[in-house]
Design a protein around this ligand. Structure first.
Ligand code: SF4
Ligand code: SF4
Length: 247
């Protein structure tokens, strides 16, 4: 018994102080892209042609974070003179078209639906649906339950049954095989309910874009309230999105 107390004392308090303080992320983490509008057009064209996701709008000089897999090719090819990724992980949006950005994003808290804050601000129960994800998006949602992120301290939990939940969190490109199960899960959630799209696959199809086996955007089949980009989104990106949108 004494050793348990000793161990607890030595471990100390491990939960991160976010959102009071922004924790430092790994230096190689790629968060919000900053796009220079004065970059020469030939450099922009080279990056756009090399982008595996067709995520660069060469005319607007913007990046579609709903398509981007944050591979860093454009940053490397332009030597950071066209695109530079920052450590800012607060990149989620309430509208899909807001993901097309040169580095500026609307305040998510201002764009959230006020009745959701009222309904779910103190207690939000979510059912996760992996609709053919590669398991990275799912893993980075899972860690929110660990003591470091401790999602439950905000009254937000993942639950086993859609009938006990206030909404669904979808990952993966929504394959044909998973579409029916996803729609049935959505139907089983009582109204009012929220739909959250996590990861590039769910938002636009991601690396599977163009395949006839996927849906190419969750918003084509369900009303999505919150878009969380990334491949996978950092756990802090997920945490920020949930807190800004519902709290
Ligand atoms: S980081 Fe994103 S925009 Fe840049 S090349 Fe990779 S997928 Fe395309
Ligand atoms: S967005 Fe990336 S990490 Fe998430 S399921 Fe798709 S391929 Fe995997």
């Amino acid at each position: 018994m004494f050793s348990v107390f000793k161990n607890r004392f030595e471990q100390g308090y491990r939960t991160c102080s976010y959102p009071k303080e922004k924790p430092a992320v790994f230096e190689r983490y790629r968060g919000k892209p900053m796009v220079r509008q004065d970059a020469p057009q030939d450099m922009v064209d080279i990056c756009a042609e090399a982008c595996p996701q067709d995520a660069i709008d060469r005319n607007l000089k913007k990046i579609d974070m709903g398509k981007c897999i944050f591979c860093g090719t454009c940053e490397r090819l332009s030597n950071k003179e066209f695109v530079q990724f920052t450590g800012d992980f607060e990149i989620s949006t309430a509208q899909k078209d807001h993901l097309l950005t040169a580095g500026d994003l609307p305040d998510l808290a201002e764009h959230s639906k006020q009745h959701f804050k009222k309904l779910f601000g103190r207690s939000l129960q979510l059912r996760q649906v992996s609709a053919a994800g590669c398991n990275a998006c799912e893993a980075d949602l899972n860690v929110l339950a660990t003591p470091f992120f401790d999602l439950a301290r905000f009254g937000i939990n993942f639950v086993a049954s859609p009938r006990h939940s206030d909404g669904i969190v979808v990952t993966g490109p929504v394959s044909r095989n998973m579409k029916t199960a996803l729609l049935q899960t959505f139907e089983a959630v009582p109204d009012p309910k929220v739909v959250i799209a996590v990861g590039t696959c769910t938002i636009t199809g991601g690396p599977f874009s163009g395949s006839p086996e996927i849906t190419e955007g969750l918003d084509k089949i369900l009303p999505v309230d919150l878009f969380i980009p990334g491949c996978p989104p950092h756990p802090l990106t997920n945490l920020h999105a949930l807190l800004a949108f519902f709290k």
